[in-house]
Design a protein around this ligand. Structure first.
Ligand code: 3PG
Ligand code: MG
Length: 399
């Protein structure tokens, strides 16, 4: 796989470099609530710009339906990227249309511009190779004769999409610094991690995490289960879970996992229940066996958080993906906070995987440098740990 260093050694001055970044940040209206992914994208863009490249960044935001939608405009992202780079980053009003062409034509050596949300074009996510290939060709045309492609959006390398995968087949492709750093960390986890190796998983659906649970269980010493998916595990243990999130069709799977690996799987002993999904709800902390009809579990309880903390204190390697509760609402943030703090306090090599957990670290005011690595990729890091091929990486290895 060719890398950013190889490209810089070749020389980029005056050349157009198309950079796929993952700038998919959480927004509250026009306000960016966590700019972690933008900050993580800056070093590669800056290195290229400092070497005199004309940097054309392409990225997605959210999941628009293949047509322009102002709600998903990258405008706030372009503004923030400009602040971080210390230079204005013009945003083209389209992806490969007249605005993109004139924006790219207007770039001087060392400038960077952003193209509008790549998912406004239905070809980006098309299942049809020819359609994606056509868009990739148009993106490549923007880069022109001596143009090259730098893949730096680690959070999207698991997507076989035009700006991630197909473009690397029509332009010379290079792995960016962020992608390389993320891969190095994850390889350490799938290689021979120091033991005990503890994984903490939250998030709402067992079905989303099943593949990674199955592939991790043989390799980990303990799996700490929290988040909405813990209730399906509790139901599999025969407990009533009231109005909590429940994936009824996954109960048998959870039973099997508990039967095969029960000694490694820890589920909550106590939970915080509420009569409403809101910060003003009435709440109680109860034993997991005492959940009530009409109430839903929205966080792990303090006994559980302490027990998980004890396990983490003894860990040598930790991977954490998914909040333990609805941390965005103050009454249900404590489980995630205690878990994260336990990781910070441990001496373990610790990796935080992905969007929500990374946002939780920052939202709860935990020190980012208390973790060995905070990944920008949620789904991508999980698919890597599952051992699935990542199309955006494979294509770089093949060309
Ligand atoms: C993410 O948020 O995980 C990445 O930006 C990928 O987004 P997607 O899940 O919508 O493809
Ligand atoms: Mg996601």
């Amino acid at each position: 796989m060719k890398t950013l260093d190889d490209l810089l050694a070749e020389g980029v001055s005056g050349r157009r470099v198309l950079v796929r970044a993952d700038l998919n940040v959480p927004l509250d209206g026009q306000r960016i609530t966590d700019d972690g992914r933008i900050r993580a994208s800056v070093p590669t863009i800056r290195r290229l710009a400092e070497a005199g490249a004309r940097v054309v960044v392409t990225a997605h935001l959210g999941r628009p339906k293949g047509a322009p939608d102002p709600k998903y405009s990258l405008a706030p992202v372009a503004a923030r990227l400009g602040e971080l780079l210390g230079a204005s980053v013009p945003l083209a009003g389209d992806l490969v249309g007249p605005s993109a062409k004139s924006t790219v034509d207007g770039l001087a050596d060392g400038d960077a511009a952003l193209l509008e949300n790549v998912r406004f074009d239905p070809r980006e996510t098309s299942k049809d190779d020819a359609e994606r290939g056509e868009l990739a060709g148009e993106l490549a045309a923007l880069a022109g004769q001596s143009g090259v492609f730098v893949s730096d959006g680690f959070g999207v390398v698991h997507r076989k999409q035009a700006s991630v995968f197909d473009v690397a087949r029509v332009l010379p492709g290079y792995a960016g610094g962020l992608v390389l750093a993320e891969l190095e960390v994850l390889r350490r986890l799938t290689g021979a991690p120091d033991r005990p190796y503890v994984v903490a998983l939250g998030g709402s659906k067992v079905s989303d995490k099943l593949a990674v649970i199955e592939s991790l269980l043989p390799h980990v010493d303990a799996l700490l289960v929290g988040g909405g998916m813990c209730f399906t595990f509790l139901a599999a243990e025969g407990l009533g879970v009231g109005d909590s999130l429940l994936e009824a069709d996954m109960i048998d799977t959870c039973k099997r996992l508990l039967a095969e690996h029960g000694a490694k799987i820890l589920v909550p002993e106590d939970v915080v229940i509420a009569d409403d999904f809101s910060a003003e709800a009435n709440t109680h902390t109860v034993l997991a066996a005492q959940m009530r009809e009409g109430w839903k579990g929205l966080d792990i309880g303090p006994i559980t958080a302490e027990r998980y903390g004890d396990v983490l204190a003894g860990a040598a390697t930790v991977f954490w993906n998914g909040p333990m509760g609805v941390f965005e609402l103050a009454p249900f943030a404590e489980g995630t906070r205690v878990l994260a703090q336990s990781i910070v306090d441990s001496k373990a090599y610790s990796v935080v995987g992905g969007g929500d957990s990374a946002a939780a670290v920052r939202a709860l005011g935990l020190p980012e440098d208390g973790f060995s690595h905070i990944s920008t990729g949620g789904g991508a890091s999980l698919e890597f740990l599952e051992g699935k091929p990542l199309p955006g990486i494979e294509v770089l290895e093949q060309t």
